[in-house]
Design a binder for this molecule. Structure first.
Ligand code: ADP
Ligand code: ADP
Length: 226
C-alpha cells in the first residue's frame, strides 16, 4: 500500500522563487526511496514541506491516506535526520535518544525500554554516557538515527545524512542504513545528489530537476532504460 502521496505540490517563496512546481509522486510502504537531483532543484523545499517546516503554496500531502498538508510539524508522524546530525550537545547519547519520548510524556518504564531497544539496534551500548563532542561522525549519525527512530515515525526523511563523510565511512553507514531499514520496517526517503549512492540504496528513485519530477520508478528502470 501507499505510505506517502504528494499531489500537485507547488512552493513559491515570498520573493517569488518557484522552487517546486506542481509535483506529484507516491512512495510505497516500506520502500527505501531516494529523492535525487542537482543542487537547487527543490529537494530541500520538498523535504521541508513534508515535515511542515514551511507552508506549501498549493497541493496536498497525504501520509497513510490521511491529509497532513496543514498539520503542525509535531503532529506529523515523520522523522527527520539532518546532514549535520543536530544532536543536543549538553545531553548524553542516552538522553539525546530519550528526549523526544520525554517530551511526548511517554511513561518512564516504556521510555527506558524503547531507548534501550534503539541503543541495542544501533550498537551504541558502549557510548550511552558520552556527549556528542566525544563521538566520531559515524557514531553521531547512529545516535541521530536512533533519536528519530525511537519515535516510530511512519516515514523517516534523511537529508544528505552521509554528505560530509569520507568515502569509507559513507560505505559503512550505507550498510548500516540498509540493515536498519530491513529491521525497522519503516518507509525511508533519502535525499542526495549522488547517483552512485542512490543506485546502492534505493528501491524507488524520484528524480527531480528544476522544480519538477522527471522520473519516479524502480532503480532498475530509472538507470537502465534508454
Ligand atoms: P535543493 O535542496 O535541491 O538544493 P532547494 O529546495 O534548496 O533545492 O532550492 C530550490 C530553489 O528554491 C532554488 O532556486 C533556491 O535558490 C530557492 N530557495 C530555497 N530556499 C529559498 C528561500 N527561503 N527563499 C527563496 N528562494 C529559496
Ligand atoms: P564503530 O566502529 O564503533 O561502529 P563508526 O560507525 O564511527 O564506529 O565507525 C565504523 C567504521 O567506519 C569503523 O570500523 C572505521 O573503519 C570506519 N570509520 C569510522 N570513522 C571513520 C572516518 N572518519 N573515516 C573513515 N572511516 C571511518
Amino acid at each position: 500500500s501507499v505510505a506517502l502521496e504528494v499531489d500537485e505540490l507547488t512552493k513559491i517563496y515570498p520573493d517569488g522563487t518557484v522552487a517546486v512546481e506542481d509535483i506529484s509522486f507516491s512512495i510505497r510502504e516500506g520502500d527505501f526511496c531516494v529523492l535525487i537531483g542537482p543542487s537547487g532543484c527543490g529537494k530541500s523545499t520538498t523535504l521541508h514541506s513534508l515535515v511542515g517546516k514551511i507552508p506549501v503554496t498549493k497541493g496536498a500531502i497525504r501520509l497513510g491516506g490521511e491529509d497532513i498538508t496543514d498539520e503542525p510539524t509535531y503532529e506529523r508522524d515523520i522523522g527527520l535526520v539532518f546532514q549535520d546530525f543536530q544532536l543536543f550537545p549538553h545531553l548524553t547519547v542516552e538522553e539525546n535518544i530519550g528526549y523526544g519520548l520525554e517530551r511526548l510524556q511517554v511513561d518512564a518504564d516504556d521510555r527506558t525500554a524503547r531507548v534501550d531497544d534503539m541503543i541495542e539496534m544501533m550498537r551504541l551500548e558502549e557510548l550511552v554516557d558520552r556527549h556528542p563532542e566525544e563521538l566520531s561522525a559515524g557514531q553521531k549519525q547512529r545516535v541521530a538515527l536512533a533519536r528519530s527512530m525511537v519515535l516510530k515515525p511512519k516515514l523517516l526523511l534523511l537529508d544528505e545524512p552521509l554528505g560530509d563523510m569520507d568515502y569509507k565511512l559513507q560505505k559503512h553507514m550505507e550498510r548500516e542504513l540498509l540493515r536498519l531499514h530491513r529491521q525497522l520496517d519503516t518507509t525511508f526517503v533519502y535525499v542526495t545528489h549522488d547517483q552512485t549512492q542512490a543506485m546502492r540504496l534505493a528501491d524507488q528513485i524520484v528524480v527531480m530537476n528544476d522544480g519538477k519530477i522527471e522520473q519516479s520508478d524502480s532503480v532498475e528502470r530509472v538507470y537502465n532504460d534508454p
